[in-house]
Design a protein around this ligand. Sequence first.
Ligand SMILES: Cc1cc2nc3c(=O)[nH]c(=O)nc-3n(C[C@H](O)[C@H](O)[C@H](O)COP(=O)(O)O)c2cc1C
Length: 437
Amino acid sequence: MSRPQHFGWFLARGFGPQGWGYPALDWDYDWTRPEIYRDAARTLEQAGFDLVIIEDAPSLGSPSTIDLRVRHAFGGPKHDPLLLAPYLFQATTHLGVVPTVNPAAYLPYTAARQFATLQHLSGHRLGLNVVTDTGSARHFSAAPQLGHDEAYDRAEEWLAGIRDLWRSWDDGALLADRATDVFADGTRLRAVEHRGEYFSFDGPLNAVPFSGGDPAIVSPGGSGRGLGFAGANSDVQLALAPLNEKSVRDYRAKVHAAAIAEGRRPEDIKILFAIQPVITASSEEADRIVAASAHPDDAALVQIARKQSSDLETDLTSLDLDKPLDLSIFGAHVSRGSIQRLIGDRGDGAPLRAHLTALARAGRITDRSGFVGTAEEFADLIEELGDWGNDGVLLWGDFHPVTLHRTLDELVPVLRRRGILRREYAEGGLQANLRQF
Ligand SMILES: Cc1cc2nc3c(=O)[nH]c(=O)nc-3n(C[C@H](O)[C@H](O)[C@H](O)COP(=O)(O)O)c2cc1C
């Protein structure tokens, strides 16, 4: 038997048009209604997943590039994942639900009250994917946009303020004592009186405390400052890194060092590596998919260009595929890291077709060049990750039933047989499940 690991699902295009742009997924589901999400949450719970994380960006991006972001629905629209969470809680019993939240968008008092309410309503199954994207700042304030590290400073102050509000009811303040007819002892509520760099507010919170731990804090930031945030605050860190032994061990060591530096224990943070597998019925099918991916047709390249145009906020779809890509088309607002991911080591003299073809290229799980393979082959990879001390895996995709079933139908029984995927949940909600092993 292998060691058990935690499984999460990352709803990668958020609470938005599921499956848009992929004709095979055109099943006329109404993405604005709760049904498709409830069905997916039930499937993930049946499969033994600990949590689902709902991606989000509150903004459609910079004013001049909004059309690029919405035209094929890669960058929006997105509805608010915090408000979807109650529907998913109601559809399930054990699954943790983790909406993405940006501290720019919620005042600490509002956030503390809403999160406390959801923690009670859900039976302690709320998590919060705390992100610090600053591009959406203009929707919330006319103040100058914060820098990258400052946004993390604000996030830390925000979270500390929220936790302070959650603890503004001292132990014993809530009595609900029918004999004396006293519901609560108001003298045991603390005023909080937070005066900080970014926020200024008073307590106490108008919500009762919860037992069994705070909502789980999830963080996806991979920068040095991001890992520092995780070390100090997170219960779960989402990792995007090559899945070889050195890279996995190095990433884990960095997060653990960050936790120890903050007086926490390495085991206080579960690290989930993000993977988007393509599970096939046979290894021959996997070989065929990988071979075909080396020769994408123009329609496949256009689809990749659309996604890149949204992510890079630069129109690649109107460019000649066979002319060298001129990097001066990318304005100063485009992340250098994202441009680098597009051009790789091909340099700026290569035609756009070469860059897009490289992105289309799939690889086999068996030689570790990619994630196309059978359920058994994928389970071998997960088992190997476990041998390197890995805590868990974040599978990545939309919430279309076809995507979920293609990924999970054969994989779940294989992972269960090998003892990698849980069959039963702990009592006590998301934190209890995360701490079970
Ligand atoms: C698995 C994963 C999920 C992410 N989810 C989001 C998200 O939902 N919204 C967002 O704005 N950024 C998301 N990010 C991007 C950034 O990590 C995030 O904006 C962060 O707060 C800043 O990251 P940095 O420390 O890497 O600069 C995600 C990254 C990864 C690897």
